[in-house]
Design a binder for this molecule. Structure first.
Ligand code: DC
Length: 222
């Protein structure tokens, strides 16, 4: 029986983080927290209320907003609530990705979500996926993975996922959006996307989700 531990999985959009994090949580019997969902919930709020991309104004507006999550360790299912409303499906809409990415660059938004992420990780052995988990949210996480894949492969995966959900999307637009998000997520000043020095990098271009999960389980089981 292992004691309390956390696994941080960071990487760019579409590298397969959430699929793999879910598998790991199930196989290892630990909790899964999709931190991107929290940024998406704020992005949805910003879209609905027409927030300006201004850190000072947003810091004020955030005082009146609550983002909470409900993680079921038995199923790995996560519900996200914005001011008590279950927005778990709405935050998956394609346009919310852009809002989530833009507002996640604001220090006030990152600060507002930090405590929630840390308290969940402190309370349960968990796998967290995001952009700054290993570098900033949980710098002492026992296991750190940096998951990458080429832009083309990531765009193809995201495109297939959106089509499967019945969304009307064009491949070139999905690819351009991913490139734009990569640029924004890795060049922002506060907690940008980058590999932690002690993270293990895995490129998923040629690997199935099962193969990636197996690699990580081998690392965890030492
Ligand atoms: O992983 P995702 O696509 O659901 O994340 C949505 C956006 O949130 C993404 O463009 C970057 C941001 N994000 C972040 O800045 N830090 C995290 N830990 C997770 C997501």
């Amino acid at each position: 029986m292992k004691g309390h531990y956390n696994i941080a999985i960071d990487g760019p959009s579409g590298a397969g983080k959430s699929t793999i994090a879910k598998m790991l949580a199930e196989k290892l019997g630990i909790m899964y927290l999709d931190t991107g969902a929290l940024y998406r919930a704020i992005g949805l709020k910003a879209y609905r209320d027409g927030w300006p991309e201004d850190d000072k104004t947003v810091a004020e507006l955030l005082r009146g907003v609550s983002v909470t999550v409900d993680c079921d360790p038995a199923t790995g299912r996560q519900r996200v609530y914005l001011d008590g409303e279950d927005v778990s499906e709405q935050i998956r809409q394609d346009f919310v990705s852009g809002y989530g990415s833009r507002f996640s660059a604001l220090p006030s938004v990152r600060a507002a979500l930090l405590g929630l992420q840390r308290s969940i990780a402190a309370g349960h052995s968990s796998v967290l996926d995001g952009r700054d988990i290993g570098t900033h949210v949980l710098p002492d996480a026992k296991y750190k993975i940096f998951l990458t894949a080429s832009v083309d492969i990531r765009a193809r995966r995201r495109y297939n996922e959106l089509v499967q959900k019945g969304q009307n999307v064009v491949f070139e637009k999905v690819r351009a959006d991913i490139e734009e998000r990569d640029r924004r997520d890795s060049t922002r000043e506060t907690a940008p996307l980058r590999k932690a020095e002690d993270a293990v990098e895995i490129n998923s271009d040629e690997l199935s989700p099962e193969e990636v999960a197996e690699k990580i389980i081998r690392i965890v089981n030492g």
